[in-house]
Ligand binder design. Structure first.
Ligand code: ARG
Length: 519
């Protein structure tokens, strides 16, 4: 029966309870509660709404197994299973009071069919039961989270497909560094999100094992079939050691960490898009923007700011979970009840953020002209020029020095021009700066090293990008190869997701038809 021995009689707790509350107390928990603040402090019933359906499925699988093992008679199993169906129809809100959903459902079964309802809890404890419910529910949540990572990758791939030739400034330290393309930028995030998907898939494998039948932690004298309940619930196998099964929560930690890593990726993506929107590189769709309540001209990237902030929530979830689990002795301790909510909050926040990020990326408009105009800002083709000089025989260090001097001169000139309100300089001005630096450093004209046309090409952002065709680089042909791997990985991971969700659905159907054999 329940893992705590119970006794009849004793004081009723304070005043305002319904008849069903009183009945419940009489059945499962008796009068272990004395009322007062501890009563609601103990209860996880409200938070357990999240695992209400999971608990009914776990109850069904356990009851079917008990009947198959002749631990409970078929007709009693039938009555229990019928009661469970009715309880599901009534919903979580109609459950009697209780310390948690497990106790409340058991009480509701007993309320419906009498004392035989208590046979449902033979050969198990709430400890293995709650662990099974959490894993059962978390599987669905993680599959949904994985789906949002795939949607985001699709959005990023679609941007990359369209913007292979769209030149943009690339940054280091938030300063223009080298020209790149929007496609190359999008695929950088696709790579990171791809690894986020993989981390979640790996975490899923360890969630997807059944702790049911571990009982309180020390197994049971009943001849149960743990593999059978695992199968009925669509788990891949069992968590073998019964103490491990009932008390470990590293699967929660691992999942929350994977979600937090994804949220961190999302926060960088959001930050980039916020900065790009601020510079006029990209326009967010109205759905993903917000207005100011006072400044009529404003269109703010609020949704992405919230996406950026979710990384904080997720890191907080990991921290809360880690500190709750740290130093917990084996086996079950009630601290674990508060561990679970960190995982729910994290998976909800990150999944939503991931979905919103996918939508924002998919609906954003890239301003190709602004991007092209800005792509050469800050002498951003300097590295390409240094490479060119090195390829033509100058030691790279000398080339680097020469171009650095040119960059300094050209920066001085450009701030003077900005102050005088002149138009931004064309690459010709950069060429002049290079020529002057060559006279300084080499004591001869740049043309002694390399043709002027080649230098002009290296100074041109479009040529600069086209020339960086090393593996993984921004040149359109190199990006095409990256796009192929991105599409391939996306198809593989979509198949993996399908292969994981399919068995859950089949298990639900199979369990339903087993149940139908009794009711
Ligand atoms: N609500 C509890 C939880 O979430 C269920 C297990 C209670 N077990 C116990 N021995 N008190 O962990």
């Amino acid at each position: 029966m329940t893992e705590e021995s119970t006794q009849d009689g004793g004081e009723r707790s304070a005043g305002s309870e319904s008849a069903s509350d009183q009945r419940s107390d009489g059945v499962v928990r008796r009068d272990r509660f004395s009322g007062g603040p501890a009563r609601s402090f103990l209860s996880s019933l409200a938070a357990d709404e999240r695992i209400f359906v999971a608990d009914l499925e776990v109850d069904r699988a356990h009851t079917v197994m008990l009947a198959e093992q002749d631990i409970v008679d078929d007709d009693v199993a039938g009555e229990i299973l019928t009661a469970l169906d009715a309880i599901e129809v009534d919903g979580h809100g109609s459950l009697p009071d209780g310390e948690d959903v497990h106790e409340a459902i058991e009480t509701a079964v007993i309320d419906r069919i009498g004392a035989d309802g208590g046979k449902m809890h033979t050969a198990r404890s709430r400890n293995d039961e709650v662990a099974a419910c959490i894993r059962y529910r978390l599987r669905e949540d993680v599959l949904e989270a994985i789906e949002t990572t795939l949607a985001l990758r699709e959005s990023l791939v679609a941007v990359a497909e369209e913007q292979t030739e769209t030149i943009m400034p690339g940054y280091t330290h938030l300063q223009p560094a080298q020209p790149t393309t929007v496609a190359h930028w999008a695929l950088a995030y696709e790579g990171a999100v791809r690894r986020d998907t993989e981390r979640l898939l790996a975490a899923y494998d360890r969630i997807n094992e059944s702790p049911l039948g571990g009982a309180a932690f020390a197994g049971t004298t009943f001849d149960i079939d743990r593999e059978r309940t695992a199968e009925l619930l669509g788990f891949d196998g069992v968590v073998e050691n019964s103490m491990d099964a009932a008390s470990s929560r590293d699967f929660l930690l691992e999942t929350t960490q994977a979600l937090s890593t994804h949220a961190t990726t999302l926060s960088g993506l959001a930050e980039d898009v916020i900065v790009f929107a601020n510079r006029g590189f990209v326009d967010l769709a109205d759905d993903y923007s917000s207005t100011s309540s006072i400044m009529p001209q404003k269109k703010n990237p609020d949704t992405l700011e919230l996406v950026r902030a979710v990384a904080g929530d997720a890191a907080g979830g990991v921290q809360g979970l880690t500190t709750t689990l740290k130093g917990l002795p084996r086996a079950y301790n009630r601290d674990l009840q508060r561990a679970t909510t960190h995982a729910w909050e994290t998976v909800d926040a990150v999944t939503e953020a991931s979905e919103v990020a996918a939508g924002a990326v998919a609906t954003a408009d890239w301003n190709e002209e602004t991007l092209a105009a800005e792509a050469g800002e800050g002498f951003s083709t300097a590295t390409g020029v240094a490479d060119l000089l090195a390829a033509n025989g100058l030691p790279f260090r000398t080339a680097h020095e020469l171009v650095a001097i040119a960059a300094e001169n050209s920066a001085e000139r450009s701030s003077a021009e900005n102050a005088s309100g002149d138009e931004p300089r064309a690459t010709g001005a950069d060429y002049d700066a290079l020529e002057a630096a060559a006279q300084d450093v080499l004591g001869e004209s740049l043309e002694a090293v390399v043709d002027r046309a080649a230098v002009e090409d290296a100074l041109d952002p479009v040529q600069s990008v086209a020339s960086r065709n090393s593996q993984g680089g921004p040149a359109p042909e190199a990006v095409e190869t990256q796009l192929e791997s991105a599409r391939e990985a996306l198809a593989t991971d979509a198949d993996a997701l399908e292969e994981l969700s399919g068995p859950l659905e089949s298990a639900r159907e199979a369990l339903r038809s087993e149940v139908n054999g009794y009711v």
